[in-house]
Ligand binder design. Structure first.
Ligand SMILES: O=P(O)(O)OC[C@H]1O[C@H](OP(=O)(O)OP(=O)(O)O)[C@H](O)[C@@H]1O
Ligand code: HPA
Length: 177
């Protein structure tokens, strides 16, 4: 792996394709084991998670469904608002075993604000699977049930993750130099 330039910044090699693939398999093995006999619903949060969700779901060998949603945040007029709405969530989550699929949990803000809306629908269970987690960046505590890699608080790109819209197509994950 060589360093790459995305837009105006240089990124160094961090996680290779092989290392990512092995971790994705490990996470899928755990999910196959933990959800055997159930029919979980995976909910992948766009855009960043598309590549991880695709590779992960290919390794799922139990009955399972997947749905992709996009979150939109609206800053209320009183600026305190952190209302997040989901676009594309059609399934009824009542009594379902739900697994949220994220590429990265950074500050935790996104899921912290969004999870209560899902809980409101009374799923049988609600867990989070994140490929990357930056524990040092946490501002909104969350329980992440399946973590691929705990990484330092440095900006990363590739494998679905972008820097200003670019870099999502990189097969590996790179870290800001
Ligand atoms: O824990 P947090 O600090 O909230 O950060 C994590 C969120 O940020 C990224 O999404 P982003 O809003 O960049 O959208 P994208 O997936 O379309 O790139 C990522 O996919 C998570 O959803
Ligand atoms: O480190 C990151 N890289 C790309 N997107 C992100 N969204 C939250 N953290 C990151």
């Amino acid at each position: 792996m060589e360093k790459v330039r995305v837009k105006d910044k240089e990124f160094g090699p961090y996680l290779t394709e092989a290392v990512i693939a092995a971790k994705v398999k490990e996470l899928a093995d755990a999910l196959n084991r933990d959800y055997a006999g159930k029919k979980p619903l995976f909910i992948a949060i766009l855009n960043g998670s598309f590549m991880f969700a695709s590779d992960l779901f290919k390794q799922i060998n139990i009955d399972a469904e997947i749905s992709f949603i996009k979150l939109a945040s609206y800053k209320g007029m009183k600026s305190s608002g952190n209302v997040i709405t989901a676009i594309g969530l059609e399934q009824d989550l009542y009594a379902r075993d739900v697994i949220i699929v994220e590429d990265i949990v950074d500050t935790g803000k996104t899921l912290h604000h969004f999870l209560p809306q899902l809980q409101h629908q009374q799923p049988a269970s609600l867990r989070i699977a994140a490929l990357l987690h930056k524990p040092e960046a946490t501002q909104f505590p969350l329980q992440i049930d399946y973590v691929g890699f705990a990484i330092p608080n440095k900006f990363v790109v590739g494998y679905g993750l972008d820097y200003d819209g670019l870099g999502r197509n990189l097969k590996e994950i790179y870290q800001l130099a």
